[in-house]
Design a protein around this ligand. Structure first.
Ligand code: UT7
Length: 344
């Protein structure tokens, strides 16, 4: 059997209309535009309206991705919906999106917090490389505002709602994910978690009163973890792909804090211009963050067909994931030639 690759052929995003600015937050909690901008790089974020559900946002993004790929929902062989904020605990987000799209295929929900889409993309890549499926939709979507305590200034300024979708399709030309790394450090699980509302501490008046059904975070602990893991993981994954930093046209990091991205760039000895940043517009959109940045980078012309990019995400778990992605199949790239040579 010929070696198969999973080419990224479709992309699209959806963000709710409602904008929550730093000035709005100044009226809600003891914070300031200056603090938020300096400490995080965020100017505004989007919040779901009454029309937006996790499913409707995922479907809107997926339809754009299908259009870009020139496909219909019936062409899909599998759907992976990456989210920690599904519409319901049961059924899973994947089935709801499959049903709403009118696709005729298996579907699942993948929950790895902000690392979700990178995990989903790596799963899609392996399902295609194994020969099991040819066409897979991977969505990252969050109504993260649902889990935010808007009286807690340490978390409520950071997050926003969004959805972004990607299509991976089988190709015999080297393309798509060429190297990846998925990681987890469960010992630090409680530095970013929702203590109440699960099966250990089911929802109750006490849970609501103590507000433990909201996201709780040790910001500094997560910051230290992220500042280290983004740079280290990107260095490892680029090396694993047989490349050097110079071969990467653009880095797409998780948009959690501009200072984390700056610190990773410094650690890797790279100029900040090599990193795509859109956190000022959307804040941290969790599983939607990396694909949303990826789609915007493509739409803004920062990524061209044939470019080699690297993505990195981190978040609850604590978890992380990174990948080198060959966009398109421009035959002259070093990545193409290396992969073609090893396939011979
Ligand atoms: O997807 C992964 C999700 N999470 C992350 O990536 C989070 C990573 N961590 C961070 O991004 C940063 O740690 C934060 C942005 C959360 C906080 O920034 P920081 O520079 O680490 O601030 P800090 O926690 O050290 O707090 C400094 C001060 C404190 O006041 P005191 O104790 O010095 O008087 C905080 O109470 O800033 C205060 N503070 C705020 N002040 C105004 C915390 N949040 C706010 C706020 N507005 N929103």
């Amino acid at each position: 059997m010929n070696q198969k690759y999973a080419q990224l052929t479709g992309w699209g995003y959806y963000v709710p209309e409602k904008v929550l600015t730093n000035a709005d937050l100044e009226k809600m909690v003891d914070t300031s535009d200056e603090w938020i901008l300096q400490r995080t790089g965020i100017k505004e974020r989007r919040l779901r309206t009454e029309h937006d559900t996790n499913t409707s946002m995922s479907v809107a993004a997926a339809q754009k991705a299908l259009d870009v790929a020139g496909l219909t929902p019936k062409d899909l062989d599998f759907i992976i919906c990456c989210t920690t904020t599904p519409d319901y605990l049961l059924p899973a987000a994947g089935s709801l999106v499959q049903g709403a799209l009118g696709a005729e295929c298996g579907a699942m929900q993948l929950s790895t917090a902000c690392s979700g889409w990178v995990y989903g993309a790596v799963m899609a890549d392996s399902l295609i490389r194994s020969g099991m499926y040819d066409t897979i939709l991977v969505v990252g979507a969050e109504i993260i505002s649902h889990g935010i305590d808007y009286t807690d200034r340490t978390t409520c300024v950071l997050f926003g709602d969004a959805a972004a979708a990607t299509i991976f399709q089988a190709s015999d030309k080297p393309s798509g994910i060429m190297a990846s790394e998925l990681g987890s450090d469960g010992a630090k699980a409680k530095s970013l978690w929702v203590p109440g509302g699960g099966t250990t501490k089911p929802i109750s008046q006490q849970v609501v009163d103590e507000r433990s059904h909201y996201i709780m975070m040790d910001g500094q602990e997560v910051f230290k973890f992220a500042a280290r893991v983004v740079g280290e993981s990107l260095q490892r994954v680029v090396k694993k792909a047989g490349l050097t930093m110079d071969d990467i046209d653009l880095f797409i990091p998780h948009q959690a804090n501009a200072r984390i991205i700056e610190s990773a760039a410094r650690m890797m000895g790279l100029p900040l211009e090599k990193f795509f940043i859109n956190i000022h517009k959307y804040g941290n959109t969790s599983a939607a963050s990396v694909p949303l940045a990826l789609v915007e980078a493509i739409e803004e012309g920062r990524i061209q067909d044939g470019d080699t990019i690297a993505v990195a995400a981190f978040g609850g778990g604590l978890s992380w994931g990174s990948a080198v992605i060959q966009m398109g199949v421009k035959e002259k790239t070093a990545m193409y030639q290396m992969a073609a040579a090893s396939a011979d």
